[in-house]
Design a protein around this ligand. Structure first.
Ligand code: ARG
Length: 484
């Protein structure tokens, strides 16, 4: 092929002629190679090389099945298998010659196989297309990534559980609207996140179970006339079953969208928790001290201890939500079956897995290291009339007032305390009786913060005994620990 003939695809002169001739793997009908820009926009090898292991496994399973079905000779199948082993070794040690002009990981591997074993390499692609190949590789890769992520989430839960147990009785203000509402325990607050992460893990597990079907053998879009055994390849690759419809198998990316949806929700949880850490670590609250390992100092203000890790966990949720958004939009208008648009599915998923591996580990590290300041939390409980609800409840229980009236009486008492610049416990019995004559000395018992927390023994409530019980149950449920 001359340089001349390459430089004029479709009559248009490319901005810059490509250095390669027509693609060796699909270029049969092509007189010329792509323009440099075409090659660049088309290539995915820069990112899909991460699928190499799955691509080789898929090819091995496919070749073995072709041989069993007598579509491929045993000799050719053996040569292909050996060549693929050799390629895996080359990639492992960094000796594999990745070539951008070969577009993607599938063609890079196949072209190298041809160099290594010659003619039989060309038989590997029988009864297969890159369309079912890439969908298979990607599902395999993502199934494994979800397993790694799940282990990281279990570790985060373990860190939260240890702190929750330690602080099952450490009182702190509970908030609504970020206004002090009722006392809770720090352990109870942390356990809320154990539950959220538990549901995140379940969402990933659901997504993984649904993606556990094998596209291989769907071929380009319609199946194949060769007598292949899709059950066998699905099983060899560890999938539950082959996908039922060939068009669906090569063209849907709902498995990636489902993963990204679960990832987006997880990152929202992580971001909310990170935001709380930022608030708690601020001296105005001083509820927690983050470790040196997960904070940074300021180059100008020597006193600073900045919660950068928490801030970055909070911020990186934006990338994950963006990845979901981006892929939704990329897929939404695509007619069946495959379109090259689908090549854009990998980067958001890879980036999301990388981001989450980092943010989950950073969150676990912060939790493990943090020191809760129980005294500061208790001090904060003396602001904001946290026992107001308990006082109202006492009026209902002991004096038989309707709750609405009890609410009103309590409001009047809060106003009185505010005027005196005191907490509710700072009012005298006489002060109280001026508002509601039937109030007795006993009321002071419910104004005690510990009593208020201890009293909330309803299932799922904040009483320390409930929190300890929740920790035990969660360890069993999520970490498979703590016996039956
Ligand atoms: N690199 C491609 C992708 O990731 C592989 C499938 C290409 N298929 C095709 N018909 N051009 O989607």
């Amino acid at each position: 092929m001359t340089k001349e003939s390459r430089s004029k695809p479709g009559g248009a002169t490319p901005a810059k002629p490509a250095d390669s001739a027509a693609n060796a793997l699909w270029g049969g009908r092509y007189a010329a190679g792509p323009s440099a820009i075409m090659a660049e926009i088309n290539a995915s090898i820069g990112f899909d090389r991460r699928l190499w292991r799955e691509d080789i496994e898929g090819s091995k399973a496919h070749a073995a099945m072709l041989a069993r079905q007598e579509i491929l000779s045993p000799e050719d199948a053996a040569a292909i298998a050996q060549g693929l082993v050799r390629i895996a070794e080359e990639i492992e040690v960094g000796a594999f010659p990745f070539r951008p002009e070969l577009e993607d990981i599938h063609m890079n591997i196949e072209a190298r196989l041809k160099e290594l074993i010659g003619e039989p390499a060309g038989r590997l692609h029988t009864a297969r297309s890159r369309n079912d190949q890439v969908a298979t590789d990607f599902r395999l890769w993502l199934k494994r990534a979800i397993e790694r992520l799940d282990a990281g989430l279990a570790d985060l839960q373990a860190a939260l559980l240890d702190q929750a147990e330690r602080h099952a009785a450490t009182v702190m203000p509970g908030y609504t609207h970020l206004q002090p509402a009722q006392p809770v325990t720090f352990g109870h607050h942390l356990m809320a996140y154990v539950e959220m992460i538990g549901r995140d893990r379940a969402r990933f597990a659901d997504a993984r179970a649904r993606m556990d079907e094998c596209p291989l053998g769907a071929a380009a879009l319609a199946g194949t006339s060769f007598p292949i055994d899709r059950e066998a390849t699905a099983q060899a690759l560890g999938f539950a079953r082959p996908m039922a419809n060939s068009l669906d198998a090569v063209s849907d990316r709902d498995f990636a969208l489902e993963f990204l949806s679960a990832a987006a929700i997880l990152s929202v949880h992580l971001s909310r928790f990170a935001e709380e850490l930022v608030i708690w670590a601020s001296p105005a609250y001083g509820f927690v001290k983050l470790s040196d390992a997960f904070t940074t100092g300021s180059s100008i203000m020597p006193q600073k201890r900045n919660p950068d890790a928490a801030e970055l966990v909070r911020a990186k949720s934006g990338r994950v939500i963006g990845a979901l958004n981006g892929l939704m939009i990329a897929i939404k208008g695509l007619p069946l079956a495959y379109g090259k648009d689908m090549q854009e599915d990998k980067e958001p998923v890879f980036a999301t897995v990388d981001t989450l591996e980092l943010t989950v580990a950073a969150t676990a590290g912060m939790v493990r290291d943090l020191k809760a300041d129980a005294a500061a939390m208790r001090r904060a409980c003396s602001m904001g009339f946290l026992a107001a609800t308990d006082l109202a409840d006492w009026l209902v229980r002991r004096l038989g007032l309707p709750f609405r009236q009890a609410h009103h009486v309590t409001g009047a008492l809060v106003r009185r305390a505010e005027e005196k610049g005191a907490g509710l416990e700072g009012l005298s019995l006489a002060d109280m009786q001026e508002v509601e004559p039937a109030i007795t000395q006993e009321i002071f018992e419910v104004l005690d913060i510990d009593a208020a927390v201890n009293a909330r023994r309803s299932f799922g409530g904040t009483a320390p005994e409930r929190v300890r019980e929740a920790v035990r149950v969660a360890r069993r449920r999520y970490l498979d620990q703590g016996g039956a």
